[in-house]
Design a binder for this molecule. Structure first.
Ligand code: PLP
Length: 360
């Protein structure tokens, strides 16, 4: 098979997703399983999004609007960014792929702090790019290490802010200064999948830096705050020239019709957004209080998830919790062998997580 594959494809280790509830159900014949492994919204999808999908199902015989006109209009209003600076993707993951496809030639370098979201490196590998990892400092992205790694061959830089899986964030001011020292032939991707959960007022969206940084791309998603992970829809903001480049490699109709109407509705579902932020805040506080009581270390977070240092180690803890019907994420694939990652859930799910962890 190796002879048939494009060079480098065999070296890619497929992305390890969080275990689906149904899969564990099949394997262990368990019921009442809870999943706190993929940073999904524990409240379900935005009810207004569900309503919009229901009302529009009869249109499924038609191709969706390739340009997502109405959705972009709503977004332009909400985020105060012109339609021409917006692109939609089948999850922000598709946008990551479009960026590499448009800009990364084989052999060019992409700087990726590690540990971070594993999808970046898979995509760079898929397009024959070279991964340059930079270490974190105290589990936070170290922007000076990124600057030091820039070479003549650098084409892309990926910054996840706040960073998955560590939960730590960079201040907008730090990012602004960083962008000033990045040479103007390098694309900087700022992935803000969790920015809405940040509670530190100094941690804001980088969208306000777009005007002064023509090669900045800001990515966001409907998967987390809006509860639409299963629909696959994410979005990006960038200059018109970058949006034009990405549209050249985008498949037509990449955003299905239910996703378009659901995302439009979810943007305006302020009640759901508020409830989500408050259930996450309460969940994290519950975790902090109980982990403190148990003497277990964790990393204070700016996201909807928490990195927890577990005495038994990542894999043992993950597997033991699985057997009790609690799905979390082992951080072994991220090089953090002593940690699991758990996201804020419903109050009863959070309680179950703590009870099971305490019983190990
Ligand atoms: C969850 C997540 C995303 C969102 O991906 P989608 O494809 O939009 O579901 C993007 N980046 C990071 C770091 C994430 O954790």
């Amino acid at each position: 098979m190796k002879d048939l594959l494009r060079e480098g494809i065999e070296d890619i280790i497929p992305y390890p997703p969080g275990k689906p509830i149904e899969e564990l159900q099949r394997e262990l014949n368990l019921t009442g399983i809870i999943k706190l492994a993929s940073n999904e919204n524990p409240l379900g999808p935005s009810p207004m999004a569900v309503k919009a999908i229901r009302e529009n199902l009869v249109k499924l015989n038609r191709y969706p609007d390739d340009n997502c006109y109405y959705l972009k209009q709503k977004m332009a209003g909400k985020f105060r960014i012109p339609e021409g600076n917006i692109i939609l993707g089948s999850g922000s993951n598709e946008l990551l792929r479009l960026i590499a496809h448009s800009f990364l030639s084989p052999g060019q370098e992409a700087i990726i702090p590690f540990p971070t979201f594993l999808v970046y490196e898979k995509i760079v590998q898929a397009f024959g790019g070279k991964i340059i990892n930079t270490p974190l400092e105290n589990l936070r992205v170290d922007l000076s290490a990124v600057i030091d790694s820039i070479s003549e061959n650098t084409k892309l830089i990926f910054i996840n802010n706040p960073n998955n899986p560590t939960g730590k964030a960079l201040k907008t001011e730090e990012i602004s200064r960083f962008l000033e020292s990045v040479p103007r032939n390098i694309i900087v991707v700022l992935d803000e999948a969790y920015i809405e959960f940040a509670t530190d007022p100094a941690v804001e969206s980088g969208t306000r830096l777009l005007e002064s940084c023509p090669l900045l791309i800001v990515l966001r998603t409907f998967s987390k705050l809006y509860g639409l992970a299963g629909l696959r829809i994410g979005y990006g903001f960038a200059s018109e020239k970058i949006i034009d480049a990405l549209n050249r490699v985008r498949q037509p109709f990449n955003i299905n019709y239910p996703a378009q109407v659901a995302a439009s509705a979810a943007l305006e579902d302020s009640g759901f957004i508020e409830r989500t932020l408050s259930v996450i805040k309460e969940g994290l506080e519950f975790f902090y209080t109980n982990l403190d009581r148990m003497g277990i270390e964790y990393v204070a977070t700016q996201t909807n998830f928490l990195l927890v240092k577990v005495p038994l180690g990542a894999e043992k803890t993950y597997n033991a919790m699985l057997k009790k019907g609690v799905i979390v994420r082992s951080m072994k694939a991220f090089g953090l062998n002593d940690y699991i990652r758990v996201n804020g859930g419903l109050p009863e799910e959070n309680k179950r997580f703590i009870e099971v962890l305490e019983g190990l």
